[in-house]
Design a binder for this molecule. Structure first.
Ligand SMILES: CC(C)(COP(=O)(O)OP(=O)(O)OC[C@H]1O[C@@H](n2cnc3c(N)ncnc32)[C@H](O)[C@@H]1OP(=O)(O)O)[C@@H](O)C(=O)NCCC(=O)NCCS
Length: 175
């Protein structure tokens, strides 16, 4: 297996949108359409990463960066490639970028029923910080998660201090 991580390109939009629908928004109205993915790819305050096995797009992550925090909007790995560290490495890249950008924390919401993702994020040092009833089109509740990157007066012991991209995966830079 030769998996590489890098920035998403224009040609990745339809695969990312289709995988978002199938793996993240199944059963809900489709919000992460090609148009939305394009907005993130070209937004200077957002990053969309992809993982590829050869030419096959096997995973992606999308995040936006604000003054003091980052927000993860999307993260998914093709089922045949799950539990091989791809999600962890995509998230590691985002955490590194957020920390370098000076973010104090990263946050996101996941579907309350998504126990796999909740386990995954807990393993990556995220903590569950809240609950939003009916957040997903009134059909499903959300669990809010956060990972603190830096000590603050309110939060003297950041939950997460160390992370990184697995050296098995070669980063590439194409845009
Ligand atoms: C959540 C998701 C991105 C994880 O990606 P992944 O590449 O399979 O995760 P990793 O292999 O990096 O997992 C790292 C660790 O997280 C935990 N973990 C990951 N998936 C898990 C699962 N299904 N159940 C329990 N723990 C899990 C494990 O501790 C795992 O380490 P291990 O395999 O050595 O035990 C993937 O399951 C996915 O794409 N799910 C569908 C989309 C989704 O729910 N996205 C999240 C909401 S945006």
């Amino acid at each position: 297996m030769s998996i590489r991580l890098g920035l998403a390109r224009r040609g990745d939009m339809s695969a990312i949108a289709a995988m978002s629908r199938e793996l993240i928004e199944r059963g809900l109205p489709w919000t992460w359409t090609e148009c939305q993915i394009a907005r993130c790819i070209f937004d200077p305050d957002s990053v969309v990463l992809v993982a590829r096995d050869g030419r096959l797009l096997i995973g992606f992550a999308a995040a936006e960066f604000w003054d003091d925090h980052a927000r993860i909007n999307l993260l998914a790995v093709r089922p045949a490639y799950q539990r091989q560290g791809v999600g962890r490495d995509l998230l590691g890249w985002i955490k590194s970028s957020a920390q370098i950008a000076g973010a104090l924390f990263i946050h996101l919401e996941v579907r309350a029923s998504n126990s796999n993702a909740r386990d995954f994020y807990r393993k990556q040092c995220f903590i569950e910080t809240g609950f939003r009833m009916g957040y997903y089109a009134g059909q499903e509740d959300a669990v809010c998660l956060a990972c603190y990157l830096k000590a603050t007066l309110d939060n003297p012991e950041p939950v997460h201090a160390r992370h990184g991209v697995d050296s098995r995966f070669t980063p590439f830079l194409e845009h």
